[in-house]
Design a protein around this ligand. Structure first.
Ligand code: ZN
Length: 478
C-alpha cells in the first residue's frame, strides 16, 4: 500500500485572514445601467413572446418552456431569465427519456414514456420504448471485483501553472500529489474513449435488511452496462481548499452556481473573485453534460473532506469561532452545497478530521479525531457512510476486516460501511458481510512521472501517460 500524503494535520489556525478581505464579483462597472436597460427590453420582449405562445396553446396541454439565463447581467441579477425556445411536453419527455437511456437507466426512460398518455400512444414513443427494451436486454452485469477506483486532489487550473509552480516551498508537494486541469481533461477523454463509465460506491454494493441475523448485510449491486463498458469509481480528496493553498492560483471554495449546481469560486489577491470551472466538480459536470454515457444513472465522484480547516473552503470548524465572522452563515452554505452535490449524483466521504494516520495513531487519538469529524463535519454535510483514509492509511492489512479489530469496529459503529485506502494495483475490491473495501489509484504527478521516467506500468489500462502528462510541470517530479 502506498504511503500517501497531502493535507496538513491541523493545529495552525492562526493565519485565517478572510475576515479582513473584502470580496466582490468582477462587475461591469459603468456598463451596469446600460445593461439593466437592455435587460428590461429583453424582459418585456420575453413576456410578450410568452403571452403569444400561451394564446396559441391548447388549454389541456401544459406547455413548459426552456429558459436560458440572460447574459451580461454581470452576476448582479442572476434571477432574470429570457424565454427562448418553447418545447412541447411530448418533446420534453422524449428528450428526458433519451438522456436517461444514454445513462443506462432504461427502466426509468421507459417508465417516463409509459406514464404519459400522449407519449406512449405516439409512434415516436413506441419506437423509443422498443429501442430501450432492446438496449436493456443487451446489458451485462458488471463484476464488482473488477471495478477500479481512481482519485485526485485539488486540480491545478490551466491558467495557474505559473502561480502553482512559482518555486515556493509548496511547489514540490503540489507537483507530486496534484493533477493539472490539462491532465485531468485528457484522462477523462481517454477513459471515456476506452469505455469507462462512472459508478457510485453505493452502486457497487449496498446494505439490505438481513432478517436471518436481525441486522443488515452488504450485497453486491447489479450494475448493468452494455458489453465492453467498464464501471469505475472516482474520488477527490481534501476538498477543503486549505489555508496553505490560498493565493496559489487554486479554486478557493465550492459555491452553488446560477443553474443550481455546484461549481467553484476563485479569489484574487486584489480582493476580487470569480466563479468558473476551476476544479474537478464543474469540469466533470461539464464533461458528463456533453457525454452522458460516461455516467451510470447520473453517478459522479466521491468528495472527501477533513474538518480542521473547515469544509469546501468555508472556515466552519469550531476553531474558527470568533475568527470567522460568517461562521454560522458558512455552515448553512456547506449544508446547501452538500445537498446540491448529493442531488446531482456525488457522494460525500470522511477523510478524517485532522488528516490523521488511522492505522498508526493511538486508539484514543483515533477516537478523538473521528469524534471531531462526527461532531463538527458530519452535521454540516448530513453524515456519511464512506471513509477515505488520509494517507491511504488503512486500519488493517489486506485480510478481511475482523470484528476483533477495534479500529475497524469504532469506524463501523460510527456508521462507515465503505472503506477506501490507496493501492497501486489496477483493482482491489473486498466485500465483507457488512462492508465494502476498495483500493484507490493516485493519478497524480508522482505516479505519472514514475511511469514516464522508469517505464513502470500502472496506468496503461486507463490512458497513455506520454499523451496525458502535462509538459508544463517542473521535472523531474520527485
Ligand atoms: Zn488527503
Amino acid at each position: 500500500m502506498d504511503n500517501y500524503y497531502f493535507g496538513r494535520t491541523g493545529n495552525n489556525y492562526g493565519s485565517y485572514g478572510s475576515g479582513s478581505r473584502r470580496r466582490r464579483r468582477r462587475g461591469p462597472g459603468p456598463l451596469l445601467p446600460l445593461l439593466l436597460v437592455l435587460l428590461l427590453i429583453l424582459l418585456i420582449a420575453g413576456v410578450a413572446f410568452g403571452v403569444k405562445k400561451l394564446r396559441g396553446a391548447k388549454p389541456d396541454k401544459p406547455e413548459s418552456s426552456v429558459t436560458e439565463t440572460a447574459e451580461g447581467a454581470g452576476g448582479e441579477n442572476p434571477e432574470e431569465t429570457v424565454p427562448e425556445v418553447t418545447k412541447t411536453a411530448l418533446e420534453e419527455i422524449m428528450e428526458k427519456a433519451e438522456r436517461l437511456s444514454l445513462m443506462y437507466d432504461y427502466d426509468e426512460a421507459i417508465r417516463l414514456i409509459s406514464e404519459n398518455e400522449e407519449a406512449s400512444a405516439s409512434e415516436e414513443g413506441k419506437a423509443a420504448v422498443a429501442k430501450y427494451e432492446e438496449l436493456k436486454a443487451a446489458c451485462v452485469r458488471q463484476d464488482i471485483s473488477q471495478i477500479t477506483h481512481v482519485f485526485f486532489h485539488i486540480l491545478i487550473p490551466e491558467d495557474s501553472m505559473d502561480k502553482v509552480f512559482d518555486g515556493d516551498k509548496e511547489q514540490r508537494g503540489y507537483n507530486l500529489v496534484m493533477t493539472t486541469e490539462t491532465e485531468f481533461r485528457r484522462i477523462l477523454q481517454s477513459m471515456y474513449d476506452r469505455g469507462f463509465v462512472l459508478v457510485r460506491l453505493h452502486d457497487m454494493a449496498y446494505e439490505v435488511d438481513d432478517p436471518e441475523n436481525g441486522g443488515k448485510k452488504m450485497v453486491e449491486g447489479d450494475i448493468m452496462l452494455p458489453e465492453g463498458k467498464k464501471g469505475f469509481v472516482m474520488s477527490q480528496d481534501d476538498v477543503c481548499y486549505y489555508e496553505y493553498m490560498e493565493d496559489d492560483g487554486f479554486a478557493n471554495r465550492l459555491v452553488i452556481g446560477e443553474d443550481g449546481r455546484v461549481t467553484t469560486q476563485r479569489d484574487y489577491e486584489d480582493g476580487t473573485s470569480d466563479i468558473g470551472s476551476y476544479d474537478l466538480i464543474p469540469i466533470l459536470n461539464d464533461f458528463i453534460d456533453e457525454h452522458p454515457d460516461f455516467s451510470y444513472r447520473g453517478a459522479k465522484a466521491v468528495i472527501a473532506v477533513t474538518g480542521y480547516n473547515g469544509v469546501f473552503g468555508y472556515r466552519t470548524d469550531t476553531a474558527y469561532e470568533g475568527v470567522n465572522p460568517n461562521i454560522e452563515e458558512d455552515k448553512k452554505k456547506v449544508t446547501e452545497i452538500a445537498r446540491a452535490l448529493r442531488a446531482d449524483g456525488w457522494e460525500l466521504a470522511s477523510h478524517s478530521w485532522g488528516h490523521r494516520y488511522y492505522g498508526q495513531i493511538s486508539m484514543s487519538d483515533l477516537q478523538a479525531d473521528n469524534g471531531k469529524w462526527q461532531e463538527r463535519v458530519a452535521p454540516l454535510i448530513e453524515g456519511s457512510d464512506i471513509i477515505i483514509y488520509a494517507f491511504g492509511d488503512d486500519v488493517a492489512d489486506w485480510h478481511p476486516y475482523k470484528t476483533e479489530n477495534e479500529r475497524f469496529m469504532l469506524l463501523w459503529r460510527s456508521g462507515f460501511r465503505y472503506f477506501c485506502n490507496v493501492d497501486s494495483n489496477r483493482v482491489w475490491v473486498q466485500k465483507g458481510n457488512d462492508y465494502l473495501r476498495q483500493g484507490r489509484r493516485n493519478l497524480d504527478g508522482q505516479r505519472m512521472w514514475q511511469d514516464l521516467s522508469t517505464g513502470s506500468d500502472h496506468l496503461s489500462d486507463l490512458f497513455d501517460v506520454k499523451e496525458v502528462f502535462d509538459q508544463g510541470r517542473p521535472t523531474p517530479v520527485e
